[in-house]
Design a protein around this ligand. Structure first.
Ligand code: ATP
Ligand code: MG
Length: 355
């Protein structure tokens, strides 16, 4: 039978996983529990402002002070600095400590660390914003489709072959955009096992070149391939490689479209053998390049600099596929000059053991 009389209150408070402090009328900490001592170090006789490095202005609505003033419990969300220097988010509750004659003698402050919940909240907000952004992009594409269908219909009515062709081109362009977004979303949302096979990467590069060359010429962009004829067959997931190259070429073309300074624009897909048996593929463009400030952000999940014209899914999916291959993705870029993305697929054996 558990005999609680042998446990003093400090022993009980010490085992709690929350931070517990007791403060006096001068708001000095007179006692702190084990979890608090572990993260904030010795606290005795310090005010919370000194200990947590709280700016004066944030102390205006101090909950301990409020409890001393009105004898009521209060709560507040705040950020504190732990002894290692990290910032943690807590929700703090202050409660009055009464003496034997019911006089307010001190305040007990209990704080729950909610840093991970806050982080999750941030991620959820980001997901919400991204979904809204995607819905917006899809809506724009649907409007483009609508416009194309209208032109096709009007061409059919007037038996105008040129109008039908123009409208149909708009329909196809927007259909492509839509299927691209949907494919990226599906890639991100499911845990897909890569379907490894022994393939010739030059073939996939050629497929992607053929897919984009007409579209590129419509924007006066020349798209080229420079394929190493000695490139060896490699064990990769062909669908994954196709998606990687499609995303990199789309970005390269976007960068060229955004560049208003150069007379000619070029996107080049290059392949070569790595020294260690790996396969290296580069997608180079002479578009706008990537500014110093943006360089650290391009690989962040769902980062886009294209407003509602981009979803930020492209490089996220590309990185996921490269991870699945145990490969890597890097880039070099000079603002206003252009960018080269480099993907490296390591040499590997087929899952069955054949090479
Ligand atoms: N070749 C490139 N030249 C210049 N900037 C690039 C290039 N490739 C990527 N970026 C930058 O990286 C960002 C993220 O690219 P990512 O492909 O993930 O998203 P996105 O292209 O903006 O959107 P989506 O892929 O949905 O069209 C781009 O918005 C752009 O700022
Ligand atoms: Mg992209």
């Amino acid at each position: 039978m558990l005999d609680l009389s042998s446990y003093d209150c400090y022993r009980l408070l010490d085992v709690l996983p929350y931070y517990v402090t007791i403060q006096d009328q001068e708001l000095r900490i007179v006692w702190s529990n084990k979890a608090h001592r572990r993260d904030f170090g010795p606290a005795k006789q310090k005010t919370c402002r000194q200990l947590y490095k709280i700016h004066d202005s944030k102390c205006v609505d101090c909950i301990a002070k409020k409890t001393f003033e009105d004898g009521e419990a209060h709560s507040k969300e705040m950020q504190l600095t732990v002894k290692k220097g990290d910032r943690v988010s807590v929700i703090a509750y202050s409660s009055p400590l009464l003496d034997e004659v019911n006089k307010l003698a001190g305040v007990i402050v209990t704080s729950v660390n909610i840093t991970s919940i806050k982080e999750m909240q941030k991620q959820l907000i980001l997901v919400g914003q991204t979904v809204a952004g995607m819905a917006h992009s899809i809506k724009n594409i649907m409007m483009g489709l609508d416009g194309g269908i209208y032109i096709v219909n009007s061409g059919i009515k007037g038996n105008d072959q040129k109008e039908i062709k123009d409208g149909w081109d708009i329909v196809l362009l927007n259909f492509d955009k839509l299927s691209h977004i949907v494919k990226d979303i599906l890639y991100c949302s499911r845990e897909r096992e890569p379907n490894f096979g022994l393939i010739h990467p030059n073939m996939v590069a050629t497929e992607v070149y053929n897919l984009f060359k007409d579209l590129a010429s419509r924007y006066s962009i020349e798209i080229r391939v420079d394929l190493d004829s000695t490139l060896k067959e490699a064990v990769v997931d062909p669908e994954g490689l196709h998606t990687v190259l499609t995303n990199l070429v789309t970005n390269a073309m976007d960068a060229c479209k955004m560049d208003l300074w150069k007379d000619t624009h070029l996107v080049e897909i290059r392949t070569r053998n790595g020294f260690d048996g790996s396969t290296i593929i580069e997608v180079a463009d002479n578009g706008v390049g990537i500014d110093k400030d943006l360089k650290n952000h391009v690989f962040e999940d769902l980062f886009t600099s294209k407003g509602d014209k981009g979803t930020g899914l492209g490089l996220m999916v590309t990185q996921k596929i490269m991870r699945e291959h145990g490969g890597s993705i890097t880039f070099r870029s000079r603002p206003s000059q252009g960018t080269t993305f480099v993907v490296t697929f390591p040499q590997r054996n087929l899952p069955g053991g054949e090479s």
